[in-house]
Write a protein that binds this ligand. Structure first.
Ligand SMILES: Nc1ncnc2c1ncn2[C@@H]1O[C@H](COP(=O)(O)OP(=O)(O)OP(=O)(O)O)[C@@H](O)[C@H]1O
Ligand SMILES: [Mg+2]
Ligand SMILES: [Zn+2]
Length: 560
């Protein structure tokens, strides 16, 4: 770009930062993303949780003439985002299923008359023919896909509604795309490109956030866990979030904290919408100090002075853990992220994994049921649910999605299903289910890695950076996590009094002979051969020829 033009662009950005957003200067990466967008390139920004991804579309939305559409899965956040933008004079509207007819009418009118600069919508709305027709008639700057990892079935939080986005964006005239996420592995990046049918300009500023202090506390019972969480809350200053893996655990935690007189509220998917919203506001407005929540309260939440995040159970993978713990310290000040680890919790996550996936028989059953019900009238979702009362709701949804993708069933505008007239090809149900067998393997491996984080003696940040294959120049240890501050080898012997009589017996050798010794060579399937530089329990660190050092579970290595 011509230097003069670049200077003009920089000036306009600075004026917006000073005059509208009240932000001194752009953070690392934001400038590059904004330049890429203003140059008209399709862009994928991978920036840490709290890294300021929103500003990367807000600035271009102000600078460009037309409308910026932001697709986001987070209805509960849209209102807050709108209000924040309105306060600073950015004209924005939202379109989602929570609006009443009058509100929706006003939002659509604002789009049609192009009186708004930013439109927030859900992926479900983005793919609806009516909304596409509205967008076809207006000038669009960019389409932003927030939480873009949701588009990939390899992503940790796959949302079927994201599947149709590629086609919808084509239908509205193929405007440039800006995809945003905090967590995308190479696999997910490739899938985002594939789903959108584009080659996005990837700007990846990594995941490292040095102000987050990670720690894990091992506990041996559920009761001990709630007490440990209570002590952590009592010992922490400022506001914080306690994450629970189930509604029941969230309710139990709430009771313990309330009993102890803590200022606390709760958020989960089973609360009525109004109560959920009210509780969210109580926490966001600072009227309650602690939020106990399931992962329904997660992605995108920006309460920037959150000082601590406690997890009562391990999440299913490190991406989810990074996302949820990433609610802490978004103002850049120190914050702690503590995981309470009970060995049995792994089974809970395994249970969730098992429930998730349909097998060939279930697919066939759903297909047959749609067909059978079709003979006696329109197949509404309610009729189908009733006929399939033995199947979990989530299973029915995933089956329907797979059958729709395979064009074995269709859904009309009234949301009624019809089975295709052609007979399903032999083996088709096995083939469809196979995709999920593969995904299940993938998820199992991801859970193993989450567990290995929980039991590791290594620097927590090193484990997270290794997982995301993120190379932070010069990084050795974070020096702030529990393992850095209190290396496990030392803490084992610290404070243990050895009585003389213990020496009367021959010590029993229950320490297994390590499979790998420091200095030996070992092989990883992904990275090839390296030299062992550290051994901590069942975790082995290798140095590789490319100068990188990576940590593995012993089971993933073979002797070289
Ligand atoms: N350049 C900046 N300087 C100071 N503060 C900033 C800057 N950019 C953004 N922020 C602030 O950082 C906070 C986090 O921003 P934002 O919500 O956009 O994060 P995010 O990248 O979308 O994170 P997540 O992945 O968790 O959704 C906001 O409170 C925002 O105002
Ligand atoms: Mg965000
Ligand atoms: Zn550390």
């Amino acid at each position: 770009m011509h230097r003069g033009l670049m200077a003009v662009r920089r000036n306009s950005i600075q004026r917006l930062l000073d005059g509208v957003f009240g932000i001194a200067k752009l953070r690392d990466g934001q400038q590059r993303v904004i330049d890429s967008v203003l140059d008209g390139k399709d862009t994928l920004a991978i920036m840490p949780t709290g890294g300021g991804k929103s500003l990367c579309y807000q600035i271009p939305a102000k600078m460009l003439e037309g409308i910026t559409v932001v697709v986001s899965p987070l209805i509960s956040l849209m209102k807050d985002q709108l209000e924040k933008l309105e306060e600073i004079g950015v004209r924005a509207v939202q379109v989602n299923s929570c609006l009443n007819a009058e509100e929706e009418h006003a939002a659509i009118a604002a789009i049609e008359q192009e009186t708004c600069e930013i439109v927030f919508c859900t992926p479900e709305r983005m793919v609806s023919p009516e909304f596409i027709a509205t967008l076809q008639k207006v000038t669009l700057d960019i389409v932003v896909i927030d939480e873009a990892h949701c588009i990939s079935q390899w992503g940790h939080d796959f949302r079927p509604a994201y599947i149709g986005l590629g086609a919808a964006i084509e239908a509205i005239g193929r405007p440039p795309v800006l995809a945003l996420t905090a967590t995308a592995t190479d696999e997910v990046v490739a899938d985002i490109n594939k789903q959108l049918g584009r080659k996005l300009n990837v700007i990846n500023t990594g995941v490292y956030r040095p102000n987050l202090h990670y720690a894990v506390q091992q506990v041996t019972s559920v009761a001990e866990k709630y007490q440990a969480a209570l002590r952590l809350v009592q010992a922490s200053e400022g506001v914080g979030i306690v994450y629970a893996a189930t509604v029941k655990a969230a309710e139990d935690m709430l009771a313990v904290l309330e009993e102890a007189g803590e200022s606390v509220t709760i958020y989960h998917g089973k609360l009525p919408a109004a109560e959920r919203k009210q509780n969210q506001d109580l926490f966001m407005d600072g009227e309650r100090r602690v939020m106990v929540a399931t992962n329904a309260f997660g992605m995108g939440i920006d309460k920037c002075d959150t000082r601590f995040v406690i997890h009562l159970q391990i999440p299913p993978n490190l991406e989810s853990y990074y996302q949820e713990s990433g609610r802490a310290g978004r103002d850049g000040l120190d914050a702690t992220c503590t995981l309470l680890y009970l060995r049995d919790d792994k089974r809970l996550q395994q249970f969730f994994l098992m429930k998730h996936y349909p097998c060939a028989q279930e697919l066939q059953l759903v297909h047959c049921t749609v067909r059978g019900l079709g003979d006696t009238g329109p197949v509404t979702p309610a009729r189908l649910d009733e006929a399939l009362a033995d199947l979990a709701d989530s299973s029915i949804k995933v089956c329907i999605k797979l059958l729709k993708d395979a064009k074995l069933i269709r859904q009309n505008r009234k949301l009624e299903y019809t089975a295709a007239s052609a007979e399903p090809k032999p083996g088709i149900f096995d083939k469809l289910a196979a995709v999920y067998v593969q995904k299940q393997e993938h998820d199992k491996h991801a859970l193993e890695q989450m567990v290995s984080y929980a039991v590791s003696g290594f620097c927590r940040w090193k484990l997270i950076l290794d997982y995301f294959d993120d190379k932070v120049a010069g990084f050795q240890n974070c020096c702030k996590c529990d393992n850095c501050l209190n290396p496990p080898a030392l803490s084992l012997t610290e404070g243990i009094e050895i009585r003389d009589d213990e020496f009367d017996h021959e010590p029993v050798a229950d320490v297994p002979v390590p499979k790998f010794a420091v200095g030996a060579r070992a092989c990883s399937a992904k990275y090839g051969e390296g030299v062992v530089t550290a051994v901590a329990g069942d975790q082995i660190t290798l140095d590789f020829a490319d100068g990188e050092s990576r940590t593995f579970m012993v089971d993933f290595l073979t002797p070289a």
